[in-house]
Design a protein around this ligand. Structure first.
Ligand code: SAM
Ligand code: SF4
Length: 445
């Protein structure tokens, strides 16, 4: 979602004449879009600001001005505090108010005063944002839902992104059509709780995410549809059925469970049990046996015992995931779990994370290995960074995605072939599975 927001901020600034630069040197404006989800991500902001200072001073010395903007959830959570901690900053803007950025920039330039806007105005935001131009030309994010009303006891999102808000169906379908006309073939529906999406159609009927997927699947140029991130509580039978009925909906589901222990799930306020999670997985595997599964895990949540952690490992072993994200619990100020007296020692968190990640990596390798010697369809997005010059001959590697969201790398003979393949879906025979990618060759029969 932050990538999506960064692209939209770029659209906003382009509309008032700014161009994107790859370096802060000489930049008229620097935007740092921040994440507050874990302490480590938050703290990065202040080290980045320290590194910006010499560039800002240099610009001033040469008679120019560098406007420094802090956007995102750290801006929302820390607000004015950021001005106190760093003199470099000119604008603070939250994730639900960055549509006002051009206005704030104008005020900084005219009034020579620092600006802050932390209002929650998700509906207004989407009305004001210009047509999205920045982003990949093949695969695009479309925000369908923002915010969260679930208040898991470890999480800052309900405080930084505000209440759940769903965009109207027609606006999302219009976005998808516009992207399709620009050559986009894959749409990612985004939301903090994307499967909680509900909106009214023109006759006033309340419809869920599966309906939106069905509508966008009728756009001929759109070949692939994905959605993220889902919550187990909102995984309806209709959405599960969509994985069987809608061919363009890719066989991949990111469904965070966080823990395999019922006691910890309760303390997290997740409002689902491990048994309910197993049930959802069973249902989706019945409808779509080849589904690739992904999840998020938190280890070392306050009060987590060895047995609770063992329950998490047991859940992972029983399900078998394609790829996952796992984190050490991070105390976030203002969230209920941060005040618990049962915090877990850092050393124990480290050990548990290492054990969990070892198991998840083994599962990821096993998942990828199933594809060796098989032919799969790959949507090629760009040249892989490893395209190198070997003696006189340039080796070109293309990077694309499988239906199961694996990275696939293929070597092609020359630039002409590369250009023909980019932005298209081609059949690829998988030669080798690596832990986080597949290596293949173009399939010819
Ligand atoms: N809405 C999604 C859900 O309910 O699963 C998750 C969104 S959150 C932005 C992404 C992930 O960050 C969570 O699934 C969780 O694993 C992790 N996370 C959130 N707060 C955390 C914390 N305080 N410490 C460690 N990880 C955290
Ligand atoms: Fe955070 Fe997701 Fe829980 Fe909402 S549902 S509070 S975004 S973890």
């Amino acid at each position: 979602m932050n990538v999506y927001d960064s692209d939209r901020m770029e659209d906003l600034m382009n509309a008032i004449g700014y161009e994107t630069s790859n370096t802060p040197k000489d930049a008229d404006m620097v935007i740092i879009n921040t994440c507050h989800i874990r302490e480590k991500a938050s703290e990065k902001l202040f080290s980045d600001l320290g590194r910006l200072l010499p560039f800002k001073n240099e610009k001033q010395k040469n008679g120019g001005q560098m406007i420094v903007t802090i956007a995102g959830c750290v801006a929302q959570a820390e607000g004015e505090e950021i001005f106190k901690r760093s003199k470099v900053v000119d604008i603070i803007v939250g994730p639900e108010s960055y549509q006002t950025l051009p206005d704030l920039v104008g005020k900084v330039l005219r009034e020579k005063k620092k600006q802050i806007n932390l209002e929650f105005s998700a509906n207004e935001k989407f009305d004001i944002l210009p047509e999205s131009k920045v982003g990949s030309s093949v695969s695009a994010f479309v925000t369908v839902q923002e915010g969260c009303d679930k208040f898991c006891t470890f999480c800052v999102v309900p405080y930084t992104r505000g209440a759940e808000y769903c965009r109207p169906i027609e606006k999302i379908v219009d976005d998808a059509k516009m992207l399709a006309d620009r050559g986009v073939q894959e749409i990612y529906f985004l939301g903090q709780n994307v499967n909680a999406y509900r909106a009214l159609d023109s006759s006033g009927k309340s419809l869920g995410l599966e309906h939106l997927i069905e509508k966008v699947a009728t756009i001929p140029q759109i070949k692939r549809i994905r959605y993220t991130t889902s919550h187990p509580r909102d995984m309806s039978d209709e959405l599960i059925n969509a994985h069987h009925q809608i061919e363009k909906l890719m066989p991949f589901l990111h469904l965070p469970v966080q823990s395999g222990s019922n006691a910890i799930l309760k303390a997290m306020n997740r409002k689902h049990t491990r048994q309910e999670y197993f049930k959802i997985i069973e249902k989706i595997r019945q409808k779509r046996p080849d589904i690739g599964l992904s999840s998020d895990f938190i280890v070392g949540f306050p009060g987590e015992t060895d047995q609770d952690f063992e329950d998490t490992l047991d859940l992972v072993r029983k399900i078998g995931f394609a790829q996952c994200y796992s984190f050490k619990y991070s105390q976030r100020p203002g969230t209920p779990a941060a005040d618990s007296k049962m915090q877990i020692e850092e050393k124990v968190k480290d050990e548990r994370l290492a054990v969990l990640q070892k198991l998840l990596t083994e599962q990821q390798i096993a998942f990828n290995q199933q594809f060796e010697n098989k032919t799969i369809s790959v949507l090629f997005e760009k040249e892989a960074p490893k395209s190198t010059k070997k003696s006189v001959e340039k080796i070109i590697q293309l990077w694309g995605k499988s239906p199961h969201l694996q990275s696939v790398v293929v070597e092609v003979e020359n630039e002409n072939v590369a250009q023909k393949l980019l932005g298209k879906i081609s059949q690829v025979k998988i030669l080798k599975a690596r832990p986080s990618s597949l290596v293949g060759t173009l399939f010819t029969n």
